[in-house]
Design a binder for this molecule. Sequence first.
Ligand code: FMN
Length: 327
Amino acid sequence: MANLPDLRVQLAPRCPKGLALSNPVMVAAGIVGYGTEYSEIVDIQKLGAIVCKGTTLMPRAGNTQPRLVETASGLLNSVGLENIGVDALIRDKAPIWANWQVPVIVNVAGETIDEYVAVVAKLEGVSGISGIELNISCPNVSAGGIEFGVDPKLAATVTSAVKAVTSLPVIIKLSPNVTDIKEIALAVEESGADAISLINTVKGMAIDINEGKPCLENITGGLSGPAIKPIALYMVYEVAKDAHIPVIGCGGIACAEDALEFIMAGASAVQVGTAILTNPHISLTILEGIEHFLEDKGIGSLTGLTRVVRDNCFVPSPLPPPFKEEG
Ligand SMILES: Cc1cc2nc3c(=O)[nH]c(=O)nc-3n(C[C@H](O)[C@H](O)[C@H](O)COP(=O)(O)O)c2cc1C
């Protein structure tokens, strides 16, 4: 029987603790809360990793309804970081995760650098947490509301401030709402980020013409789903070309073929978001599809695909078969 392809990935080679995944399929932040209900319907232990809902220092109620609206091939949301707060997460969720095989990454949000630092410092040494993902698409209230993720200096400052208080691997999640994504990516890499994930939602809005008012109570929101996939793919490609740390692709991934596109564009792993809201099982279907693709092409490991971007060539070059030629 042929050897199964090796799907393991190391997402934090620069961090002494590392972030080893059994495969590259992760669940994106904000999609399955803390993963506990999701674990009742899907065998999540088979997944690469789970990223939990954005967590802040204090609990947050989020924005008022309506805060979700469907658009052509997409979903607009203005959930507004509803979450239980870091203390409840440590008390009620981390002990559950500590019994899981699948690594759980805590997505962290904040309104000031001090808030990001305080949340991350509280997570240090908590069992059940394998890494931090910093959502830097949040407005910095001490800097007039400019988002951390749109300014390379702010993005770099929050990255190094957080790295200074944790031994956990830190993934910086980039906002697509910028002019030059590569500039931000390289700034956070230089400031100690262990990996980069991209993209968060794309700013958007929808108007109910009969009511004559925006569909979202918050007026604007973030667009996700298939509509943003080409944007996300382009940004992953742009960043992966020059980054020296692993890149995690996210945005509109709804099938194995989508995930493979991101991997060929240079992503070491992928996050599945909105697609899970319509089919919770899609994460595992995507994983199986990646495995079958590699098997069919006779490619022994994921790196056989990611390296194609380095060679500027989009034809996957199969690795030698995983057995020795006789004679
Ligand atoms: C309802 C909803 C809530 C989200 N909450 C978060 C969050 O708390 N933190 C974060 O970094 N991203 C959050 N996101 C963004 C997703 O993690 C992901 O980056 C984005 O939706 C693009 O991927 P997709 O098109 O596969 O959904 C949220 C997205 C949705 C749809």
